[in-house]
Design a protein around this ligand. Sequence first.
Ligand code: GNR
Ligand code: NI
Length: 176
Amino acid sequence: MARLPIVLYPDPALLRPTVPVEQIDDSLRRLVEDMIETMYAAPGIGLAANQVGRSERVCVVDITAGQKEGQLHVFINPEILETEGSDVDEEGCLSFPGITIDVERPFRVRLRALDLDGTEFEFEADDLLGRCIQHECEHLEGKTFLRNLSGLKRSIVKRRIRKRIKDGDWVAAPAS
Ligand code: GNR
Ligand code: NI
């Protein structure tokens, strides 16, 4: 396993839709392992493949950040089928270090995905897990959580990021 460098906004990889996986082969299994290690090391509660510069439509999620067994989810080619309700909560993103944003999203999500054996499954989640899955699916579409902000809030956050970049203060958490 290896820790992969996480790309920061506005890296073009974050703004490009990912491509559905056609074959679950060693290269994909290696990517998923490395993404899990990278997510836990950050630490984060989710990671999308384009955050490590890859184009596969794959994400990993563990809202305990590895603190509890059996909470890790791997979603290959996830597709959201249905959402329900609405909720506002604070989100962070490993590609936006030090930035937190209040994001309104559906409270519950139902999705379909493949597991590492290539078996299709449906999954339903709400609250933080549902939020994190939606955050990752948004990454996989080449979007970021800035999308969910109104124009004014978005330009304020973008200005803060531009200043941080100019000050040399826009760096990923060290892979210690
Ligand atoms: O670590 C993360 N925390 C988080 C908090 C609230 C909602 C979503 C997230 S995902 C984020 C990791 C990340 O950037 N995933 O893409
Ligand atoms: Ni993110």
